[in-house]
Design a protein around this ligand. Structure first.
Ligand code: IPM
Ligand code: MG
Length: 367
């Protein structure tokens, strides 16, 4: 028996709706494997601002550090637009990333066969697409100092943010990307703006040096971020693994997600460094955000949250078979035509969860 703990943070908007479906899937996995999970539920983002005045309490942060993994929904919404900048719901996720040291944000973009026509790009361009974006997530311009808005002598203002990367920060995220590429097609594209930014030049030199030292078996190429955006739309299948900075990764992963047909499909994992016992802090979340426009209607697509659970089983619990079972069940549900509104169907969130559970159970009965 394997006993593990998960901190469940559904958050705001559609977060709680899609989380409920992921937890049903988790229950099913526990029933049919030797996994025993203790769940702790807590508030985060706007929900925590309402209850506690802040988007992430120290106590929730401590729970996140203590858990084997964090399963996160999404945060934010127009209700909190007037919050001071440093108390916005989004601060919760940024603080979790930095306080837990979650520096490697893995964002797969996979085109599932049954959805090849859901993409805005032509089917022949995206069929079989399987990209992994590794986004640095505790550094760069998101966290660099100096930052702020200052008032100048003439009464006008000056806003400042700083892009900064150290050798150590670049190497540790690049290692994750090289390791991943080695287990996939063996191709890594490192993305920055070395033509205009010194931090980008250091990024390029550091990734190249690490390659030459430790990862000669992986094919490494470099690309400027603007070109990468263009290439993602032109010929996305040229990429296997992409490693890039925090800001460029934010942009490029949104772009890549749309190649798959719906933002509602894409999970992510954010990993820290393993400790001496091999335990690695990790957070799993759909990349779609809180979708305030459809929140409360029970129509959000739960697949990204369910697929985030699959990533949790793989990366935090080492349960590759169960992770694949969950992923296959999601594809099977799509194959038999289950579609939420974002995919042109009319299933509710709960019904889509039903379809995934039915596929899971069907696969079990088929052995
Ligand atoms: C993401 C989101 C976050 C980010 C926001 C909510 C802070 O856009 O995870 O991509 O910018 O990192
Ligand atoms: Mg983003």
């Amino acid at each position: 028996m394997t006993t593990k703990s998960i901190l469940v943070l559904p958050g705001d908007g559609v977060g709680p709706e899609v989380m409920a479906q992921a937890l049903r899937v988790l229950d099913r996995i526990c029933e049919t494997s030797d996994l025993v999970v203790t769940l702790e539920h807590d508030l985060v983002g706007g929900a925590s601002i309402e209850a506690n005045g802040v988007p992430l309490t120290d106590q929730t942060l401590a729970s996140a550090k203590a858990a084997d993994a964090v399963l996160f929904g999404s945060v934010g919404g127009p209700q909190w637009d007037a919050e001071p900048f440093d108390n916005r719901p989004e601060i919760a996720i940024l603080k979790l990333r930095s306080e837990l040291g979650l520096f490697a944000n893995l964002r797969p973009a996979i085109v599932f066969d049954p959805l090849v026509d859901a993409s805005t790009l032509k089917a022949e361009v995206v069929r079989g697409l399987n990209i992994m974006i590794v986004r640095e997530s505790t550094g760069g311009i998101y966290f660099g100092e100096p930052r702020g808005i200052e008032t100048l002598a003439d009464g006008t203002k000056r806003g400042v943010n700083t892009e900064v990367y150290t050798t150590h920060e670049i190497e540790r995220v690049a290692r994750v990307a090289f390791e991943l590429a080695g287990k996939r097609q063996g191709r890594l594209m490192s993305v920055e703006k070395a033509n205009v930014m010194e931090s980008g030049l250091l990024w390029r030199q550091t990734v190249q040096a690490l390659h030459d030292r430790d990862y000669v078996d992986v094919t490494l190429n470099h690309m400027y971020a603007d070109n990468c955006a263009m290439q993602l739309a032109r010929n996305p299948r040229q990429f296997d693994v992409i490693v890039t900075t925090n800001l460029f990764g934010d942009l490029l992963s949104d772009l890549a997600s749309m190649l798959t047909g719906s933002l509602g499909l894409l999970p992510s994992a954010t990993l820290g460094a393993p400790d001496a016992n091999g335990r690695r802090p990790a957070l799993y979340e759909p990349i779609h955000g809180s979708a305030p426009d459809i929140a409360g209607q029970g129509i959000a697509n739960p697949l990204a949250q369910i697929l985030s659970l699959a990533m949790l089983l793989r990366w935090s619990f080492g349960m590759e078979d169960e992770a694949r079972r969950v992923e296959r069940a999601c594809v099977t549900a799509l194959e038999v035509g289950a579609r939420t509104k974002d995919l042109g169907g009319d299933l509710t969130t709960q019904e889509m969860g039903d379809a995934v559970l039915a596929a899971l159970t069907g696969a079990e009965m088929a052995g």
